[in-house]
Write a protein that binds this ligand. Structure first.
Ligand code: CP
Length: 339
């Protein structure tokens, strides 16, 4: 089935075709009836502003029907495991998805990391359960490990900023892309940094992954990213020093995520994280770069992750990234429905 769970499992042809189509939609915003008769159920186990609004609009502008289901309010509590359901959950995920996939011709699902078991989260267990239970294509609207809609939108943003009009989707050419870990009071999930790293590698940047010790991304991601970057003419460097990470950067992508100790020693992880409060993108940080563009997937905490002056500056691309979610998801829906 034509699922979209992550991009690194997909062919270069599908990635490039969706990216070119997203660029086309950005240049040619319009309403059409190309998806009339198709429908998508948007199933949110976690909050959203951008994904929800842009997915609803993407379906609508293609002429498809959609419904948004907020699983944390007004719907039955969901069980995920095989234990007898003698507590609060009224419905098993297999029935819930099995039913919804008989109504809609695709499902978009957001289900974040449960943050209980590292192996379960890094294997994207809940998203895999949903895929297994569905009889229609699933679009990942952010799982424990991946956010492919964000990645395609961000690639669209980078293409617009660096394209020289030759249609080449490998933008690297020795350009430095920094994925910069920043402090956040909560241990945020790894989906966006994982997908960002893989996306920048695929575009052929010289990628620097900058984070404090103990905040490594999973080895399964960095291994794929290293090979992907190398194949695309770029490279991957890991740095544990924020002081030098910004040097010569042409893109700074700020993101917060939780440390490895979150699963075994959550209080120690919080203490670790709190000791890195100075890790944020300030004007001084940006002044070390090679006139870099600033990126963030949003939502973002001003003054904590990034200074407001950076967001308000001409170098900031965060609103364009959010706009591009619409164009990218129109391309994804066309791909999922074979339009
Ligand atoms: N970037 C992103 O996915 O935003 P939302 O969480 O608001 O959907």
């Amino acid at each position: 089935m034509n699922h979209l769970i992550n991009w690194h499992s997909e062919s270069s042809e599908r990635w490039e075709s969706c990216l070119r189509r997203a660029i086309w939609h950005k240049a040619n915003r319009s309403n059409s009836d190309v998806a009339t008769g198709s429908s998508i159920g948007l199933v949110f186990f976690n909050p959203s502003l951008r994904t929800r609004a842009s997915m609803e609009l993407a379906a609508s502008e293609l002429g498809a029907n959609f419904s948004t289901l907020n699983m944390s309010g007004g719907l039955w509590g969901i069980a995920w495991d095989d234990k007898d359901m003698d507590s609060d959950a009224a419905e098993h995920i297999e029935e819930a998805i099995g039913v919804l996939s008989r109504y809609y011709s695709a499902l978009g699902v957001r289900v974040f990391a449960a943050k209980e078991d590292y192996q379960e989260d890094t294997s994207d267990k809940r998203m895999n359960q949903i895929v297994q239970a569905s009889s229609v294509p699933i679009v990942n609207l952010e799982s424990a490990m991946f956010h492919p809609c964000q990645a395609l939108a961000d690639a669209t943003t980078l293409i617009r900023n660096f394209d020289v009009g030759d249609g080449n989707l490998k933008l690297g050419n020795g350009r430095k892309f920094v994925l910069q870990w920043c402090y956040h009071p909560k241990a945020l999930p790894m989906a966006v940094p994982n997908s960002t790293l893989l996306m920048a590698a695929r575009l052929g940047f010289d990628v620097t992954l900058s984070h404090p010790p103990g905040f490594d991304l999973d080895d399964s991601i960095t291994t794929v990213a290293e090979k992907t970057a190398s194949d695309a003419g770029g490279s991957l460097t890991v740095s544990n020093e924020i002081s030098s990470s910004a040097n010569d950067a042409q893109i700074v992508y700020a993101k917060a995520w939780g440390g490895r100790r979150l699963y075994s020693e959550p209080i120690a992880e919080q203490d670790d994280r709190d000791s890195f409060k100075s890790w944020k993108v300030s004007r001084e940080y940006m002044s070390q770069t090679n006139d870099a563009g600033f990126m963030h997937c949003l939502p973002v905490r001003r003054g904590v992750v990034v200074d407001a002056q950076v967001l308000k500056s001409d170098s900031s691309l965060h609103l364009e990234q959010a706009e591009n979610r619409l164009h990218a998801q129109k391309a994804i829906l066309e791909s999922v429905w074979g339009l």
